[in-house]
Design a protein around this ligand. Structure first.
Ligand code: ZN
Ligand code: ZN
Length: 288
């Protein structure tokens, strides 16, 4: 028994700690597998991504962990890859040549400022509000609809294995100040996206980072979306989006409880080189 985590950063991007330190934490927690997913390089000067020239070292360091130990844990090499049409995505040559085991596809940027900087939607609220004004003339509905349209475009044109923090843009609307997740247009944008995910067979991660960083009171995606996903039978994976070795299973027990309540009984994980559905319990995955 033990959980798994396939969404974790390292000192190659904005994570704290070496890959070996994450592995040690994973071994302590009796994980059967651990997946590394530092932020893939982007052709922009972004503080939280890996530098392009460090990608090979990242791959080497994680592969070395695999061969360096006679361990009881499987190590997977992944990246969290931004989707920016024509600029970046899981299928980009920059990523493909690395031979990763899996990718998490995330939308952190929605279109561009007038000076060609990509607009970061999960950075500071100030930058969010600036882009909202400049790119969408303050129209939050248009901005959010564009965000979900980009996720759909990623699924159709350049799909990852796992969809990262599906509704993360909600953090900009604390207490529903900018929009409410109950509004019809919002639910429609989500539903259209879920329908496409269902057709694609992709995995949606249930990401706990917002909760333990106190940026959100709920998982990404929110429980109402998870309920709808369950009705559509969309596969899930429980991920921490860890940026420190101590975070690799933060809020997992309570989230497992929530998922079980919603009706999810299994998580889809990468084990023995294959995507498998493993039974979920509040104490971890049951591999028996
Ligand atoms: Zn992310
Ligand atoms: Zn992440």
């Amino acid at each position: 028994m033990g959980f798994t985590n396939y969404h974790g950063h390292t000192y190659y991007c904005d994570g704290k700690g070496t890959p070996a330190e994450y592995l040690e934490a994973a071994l302590q927690q009796q994980m059967p597998a651990y997946g590394f997913s530092s932020h893939a390089p982007l052709p922009y000067d972004i503080a939280w991504t890996m530098k392009a020239e460090e990608a090979d070292a990242y791959v080497r360091e994680i592969k070395a962990l695999r061969t360096g130990l006679q361990h009881s844990i499987e190590i997977y090499l992944g990246m969290e890859v931004d989707y920016i049409p024509h600029v970046a995505g899981p299928g980009h040559e920059r990523i493909q040549r690395l031979g990763l085991d899996y990718t998490i596809g995330s939308v952190h940027f929605v279109d561009f400022f007038e000076d060609d900087r990509p607009w970061e939607i999960d950075g500071t609220h100030q930058v969010f509000m600036e882009g909202l004004q400049q790119i969408f003339k303050g129209d939050i509905r248009q901005a959010i609809e564009r965000y979900y349209a980009l996720i759909r475009q990623m699924i159709t044109e350049d799909p990852p294995h796992i969809i990262g923090h599906l509704d993360k843009i909600k953090i900009q609307s604390e207490e529903g100040k900018l929009f409410s997740e109950k509004e019809d247009w919002y639910q429609h944008a989500v539903e259209q996206t879920l329908q496409l995910i269902k057709e694609s067979g992709l995995i949606v991660e249930v990401n706990t980072r917002g909760i333990y960083k106190k940026k959100s009171t709920e998982t990404y995606p929110s429980p109402p979306i998870l309920k709808r996903m369950k009705a559509l039978d969309i596969p899930i994976m429980l991920n921490a989006d860890a940026h420190h070795p101590r975070e690799i299973t933060s809020c997992f027990e309570e989230t497992a409880e929530l998922l079980l309540k919603i009706g999810y009984t299994h998580c889809r994980v990468l084990l023995q080189g294959q995507w498998q559905d493993i039974k979920l319990t509040t104490k971890g995955l049951d591999y028996a």
